[in-house]
Design a protein around this ligand. Structure first.
Ligand code: MG
Length: 465
């Protein structure tokens, strides 16, 4: 009998995957904090002269500040899809050249066939919660609780959608925003809990929900995804933050998000979970520059949201895991939000999907300061088009296009426009004529990349029935 039992145990063990899985003792809790439209230059620790972000500055001082870290798209929906799937949006259909993001009248969303970060971590035994802006589809089958999250609390799409007809026209309603101008829902799981969402308290309430989730799950592994609705316009902040910042309303909003980050980290410290939790902070895309002082700043990077200039996709990013990530690092190694997916799965001991192309890399050793980044390339997509590609320090633009203003026509370049981003982060000096060999190499790399891409049907063009 005992022999038989031992044999069946041995048989079961033989069926286990042979790849090494982290043991429960070494798998950290995972927190991903995602700002909306926060620019590369909007944090104190990324050089903003008047916005005060002491909590993010401390997080950076205790962890690693990532100075060349990218999103996978310069707009919301595709960027979030890439973070959640580890894949370029063109592979999941979460992009489009006609409708750049999902809208309340969209009928599409993240396909069920995608393996979200939450689904993978839940399978690895994590408690999972999404608190904040989802924007991967607002119909029930697309919402977080249908995609690996045990719970959801938040505004399911952008906070400037559902504008009511009698709100001031054009940008007028943004310059002096009132909650009632945007009839956006605040959802709890699949139900609408409040409409319009009181956006003045949204950052505070997201924070409270996040802290509750951490406290409730302090004795087990958890994954908290905290995508803030702000500082996307319209800008709102709670009473406590009114008029606090020298940078005006936008500064107040960023400073409230900084407060929120401090609350999360303080709670982890208080519960003695700080040594066993990895926290990422980054943004979905660059600043919305055409909103004047209501938009953020890309610092010394060129342009902003909506474009494939670096200001549209390079994000102010910090990673924190005291005791594991050495304090006070500043890393210019390449990374993207798709690497967050792969890194988190690896840390959790979750299996990385092998039946599909995953675009992320495991950055664990890079974060620990042990190695260079395994990532050597960055792909800059606008909708379905590969506009530019970075290899090492060199970025070649095949197509350039401004976003929301001026000449909005796509301009093709042959030879491509070439910049050395280590030397010229503002993309000012085209050095293509000096480096035909580098251009040829990047062109070949782009061809190799395209051979791996099978564009999925766009989810963003499906109308609501
Ligand atoms: Mg955004």
């Amino acid at each position: 009998m005992l022999n038989k039992l031992l044999l069946s145990v041995a048989a079961c063990l033989a069926l286990l995957p042979t790849t090494r899985r982290a043991t429960a003792a070494e798998t950290p809790n995972i927190v991903v904090i995602f700002a909306d439209d926060l620019g590369y230059g909007d944090l104190g620790c990324f050089g903003h002269p008047t916005i005060k972000t002491p909590n993010l500055d401390r997080m950076a001082a205790e962890g690693v500040r990532l100075t060349q870290f990218y999103s996978a798209s310069p707009v919301c929906t595709p960027s979030r899809a890439a973070l959640m799937t580890g894949r370029l949006p063109i592979r999941s259909g979460m992009c489009s050249d006609t409708r750049r993001v999902l809208f309340p009248n969209s009928g599409g969303g993240i396909p069920a066939s995608e393996i979200t970060m939450a689904e993978a971590l839940k399978d690895a035994g994590y408690a999972t919660a999404c608190v904040g802006k989802w924007h991967l589809g607002h119909l029930p089958q697309f919402l977080p609780t249908s995609n690996g999250f045990d719970s959801y609390f938040g505004i399911p799409y952008s906070n400037d959608m559902d504008r009511v007809n009698d709100a001031p026209k054009g940008r007028e309603s943004f310059w002096n925003p009132k909650v009632e101008y945007w009839n956006v829902p605040l959802m709890r799981n699949l139900e609408i809990a409040e409409r319009p969402a009181d956006q003045t308290t949204i950052t505070r309430r997201y924070t409270e929900a996040a802290l509750s989730f951490i406290k409730e799950n302090k004795d087990r592994k958890f994954f908290l995804y905290l995508p803030h609705s702000l500082p996307h316009v319209p800008l709102f902040r709670s009473k406590e933050f009114e008029g606090r910042s020298l940078r005006g309303l936008f500064g107040d909003v960023v400073e409230e998000i900084d407060w929120s980050v401090g609350q999360v980290l303080d709670t982890l410290r208080r519960l003695k979970l700080d040594q066993n939790t990895i926290v990422w902070f980054t943004s979905d895309n660059g600043p919305w520059l055409t909103f004047n002082e209501h938009g953020g700043s890309a610092g010394l990077l060129r342009d902003g949201k909506g474009t494939t200039w670096d200001g549209g996709m390079r994000e102010p990013s910090v990673c924190w895991w005291p005791g594991t990530i050495p304090a006070g690092q500043v890393s210019a190694e390449l990374g993207t939000t798709m690497d967050i997916y792969v890194t988190n799965l690896a840390l959790a001991g979750a299996a990385k999907p092998t039946d599909r192309h995953i675009d992320g890399y495991d950055l664990t050793d890079m974060l620990k300061g042990k190695t260079e980044s395994p990532r050597k390339e960055v792909l800059y997509y606008r909708g379905t088009r590969l506009m530019a590609m970075r290899v090492g320090p060199w970025k070649a633009h095949f197509i350039t296009q401004e976003s929301y203003t001026g000449n909005n026509k796509a301009v093709e370049h042959d030879p491509p426009v070439l910049y050395n981003l280590n030397v010229d982060p503002s993309e000012k000096w085209n050095v293509a004529s000096d480096h035909p060999d580098i251009i040829a190499a990047i062109k070949r790399a782009a061809v190799r990349h395209k051979e791996t891409v099978e564009p999925a049907p766009s989810q963003l063009e499906i109308p609501l029935k």
